[in-house]
Design a protein around this ligand. Sequence first.
Ligand SMILES: [Zn+2]
Length: 367
Amino acid sequence: MMKTIELSSELIKLHKYDGGSDKRATVDLIKTYLEKNNLHVELITSNGIVSVIGSTKGRKENSKKIILNGHYDTVPPSSSWTVDPFKGNIKGGYIWGLGVVDMTCNLAAMINTSITLSKEKLPGEVVVVAVGDEEKGGHNGTKATLEKGVAGDYAVIGEPTGMKLAVGHKSIIEVELVATGKSAHSAFPVAGKNAIHMMAKVLNDLVEEYKPKFDKYEELFDQITLTTGTIRGGTAVNVVADKCTAELNFRLPPKMDKDKFLNALQKQCGEVKVNTLLADNGWICDEKSDYVHTASQLLERITGSKTQLMHKLGGNDARFYSAAGIPTINVGAGNMKLLHAPDERVSLTELKQVEQYYCELSKKLLA
Ligand SMILES: [Zn+2]
């Protein structure tokens, strides 16, 4: 068994295969490593994305099952890195490298937790779920594993939280707006109907309505926000545009009714048509549940500081477990400011803490 820090390093070195999204080497490493350490391994493939499922053996009938979920895919490195993003070096009390925060080191800690606990012959079962596709929406990763029956009584997501306890994130709605006008000679615009101008009016109103009212991270959790991601329209500078499309990304508080929101949006946009591209649930874990209570007390003991429950704005794979009715929390090492940023690094102290946390939490819940 490798130390978690070594395993993290090995995984970081393989991230160089990203870009071509060829993760075969990563999948092979995780699969072989788990098998060598006596876990039962299953691969689930969906549209070319392979998830590795490792389970501890010796589960008694009707005993509990905990899922430790981490993703091995990353976003590409920016040009602003000051160290080699593919080395996985250890320097100044940190491990450095692409994806180490999001979330290679937490995945490594989960993998090693499953191996450590497989030796303890707990009555329950630990299932480590290493997935790809998280950065592209997770439908071919975690969602596909759930569709194949990889479920449990509890789930832990290893996205970075700076060792805080996250219990929810917002819903994600993506729509395409389509404005259809009529083309005409630009010198006689009244003969046509300019689709770009129709779109501009609608977008202006939406941007005004969903302007963030706060600038603090947590405060935005209860508010709908909007980002216009793309806009396209027109054929030539001297032609009245007959078509304009825009793609919009909304983030909603997780308890808000998505259908109601979409109906209201269509009314608001009038003759500009709204096509729904994505309507994914948010995630919410009952803050008063025994699970959150146990998770919170343990975190306090391991980190030595008062546990703060937090909500995330961006989505992660927790929403798939939540939608399947599985209570889900998210705890991970790594500063969230370094998510998708240059010079990702995780302190070795946090890395130690997070592994201890996954281990002790699993033992408590499976006992
Ligand atoms: Zn992530």
